[in-house]
Design a protein around this ligand. Structure first.
Ligand SMILES: NC(=O)c1ccc[n+]([C@@H]2O[C@H](COP(=O)([O-])OP(=O)(O)OC[C@H]3O[C@@H](n4cnc5c(N)ncnc54)[C@H](OP(=O)(O)O)[C@@H]3O)[C@@H](O)[C@H]2O)c1
Length: 311
């Protein structure tokens, strides 16, 4: 089969589209025929080796940990899944990914794929929607009637966060660029601030929020100013490392979010997609063979929106 792999850490040039063996399912695993594999910002960080102390990858490594596909082989001890099942998964980030025609997945990571979106596009759901849910509800404890500011709502995590927060009865203020503002408003944000036209701090001068969720890389001073927008005793949740390096003060709780796979919650998010409550946004599909080019664009900050690669 064809796969994209890197044999050493480095820039996008290390990605090679090559012939490799089709994986076989071990105990507790399934093999998937990949319909789509989603690209995430951290893929470039993993490939460059910047976080190898935490994510020690076995090289050569197949990138892309978000997958949608069809089960083609079921390993020993796997129950509940059969050949032909359409599924989605957040694959373990240190294991082989889904930038390939076939991918290995632990059965415990699988959820049935949504039926209302094309299977390839369903790869745009697992890690980002789970991170949005975990940030808002597990870390920030967001509840109905609270106010939340979502900084970076134009991105994949932000899009799901706006939808989930609005549906939970929170009042949502979001920042988004001109290309995403309309979509973010349609997700239920009561107010969308075009951060390219008006600086956020100016737009919300004098206001504070029960929860601020940050999804944008910011300098330490900018982060501190964002924390100032949280009410006393509120929550500042941040998905972008390294995050705050000192206490937030005023009783504000700082939650540095590290999303994790959760097949049960993923099944719930899939159900919301099929109920028409959660929209999956894919900016573009690209052939698997173009993954190197996609990473070049990612590194040059030219990749707008969620990209799904298809074998
Ligand atoms: N810790 C974790 O577990 C975890 C999990 C997932 C993601 N993350 C991190 O969370 C961040 C967001 O992830 P993502 O997947 O949503 O990324 P993404 O889809 O690439 O979205 C990035 C978006 O950020 C927006 N943006 C850029 N600069 C901005 C600014 N100054 N103010 C407001 N918005 C701005 C842009 O939106 P517009 O198009 O509207 O301009 C851009 O589309 C990334 O750093 C990612 O690595 C962490």
């Amino acid at each position: 089969m064809k796969a994209v792999r890197f044999h050493s850490y480095g820039d996008s040039e290390v990605l090679v589209h090559e012939e490799v063996e089709v994986p076989r399912a071990g105990a507790g695993q399934v093999v998937l025929r990949v319909a789509g594999a989603a690209v995430n910002p951290v893929d470039a960080t993993l490939r460059a080796g910047y976080v190898r102390e935490v994510f020690d990858l076995a090289l050569p490594h197949v990138p892309c940990y978000d997958v949608a596909g069809v089960v083609t082989e079921v390993g020993e001890g796997v129950s509940g899944w059969s050949e032909g099942d359409a599924v989605v998964a957040w694959l373990p980030m240190t294991g082989p990914g889904a930038a390939a025609e076939y991918a290995l997945a632990p059965a415990e990571a699988l959820a049935a794929a949504p039926r209302s979106v094309e299977l390839a596009d369903a790869a745009a759901l697992p890690s980002v929607a789970l991170t949005a849910w975990q940030a808002l509800f597990e870390h920030a404890g967001l509840s109905a009637g609270q106010s939340v500011l979502i900084n970076g709502a134009g991105g994949a995590v932000g899009g799901y966060a706006v939808q989930l927060a609005a549906q939970a009865g929170a009042s949502v203020t979001a920042t988004a660029g001109p290309g995403s503002a309309e979509r973010v408003a349609s997700y239920g944000a009561g107010r969308v601030i075009d951060y390219t036209a008006t600086p956020l701090l100016e737009a919300v001068a004098g206001e504070r929020f029960d929860v601020v969720l940050n999804l944008v890389f910011l300098a330490p001073q900018e982060l501190a100013r964002l924390v100032d927008l949280v009410v006393d005793g509120g929550v500042f949740a941040d998905t972008v490392p390294p995050g705050l390096t000192q206490g937030a003060g005023r009783g504000v709780r700082h939650a540095q979010v590290f999303g994790r796979g959760d097949a049960g919650r993923l099944a719930d998010l899939v159900a919301r997609v099929d109920a028409g409550e959660l929209r999956v946004h894919v900016a573009q599909r690209r052939p698997l063979a173009e993954l190197r080019g996609v990473h070049e664009e990612l590194g040059a900050f030219k990749l707008a929106g969620k990209t799904v690669v298809t074998p």
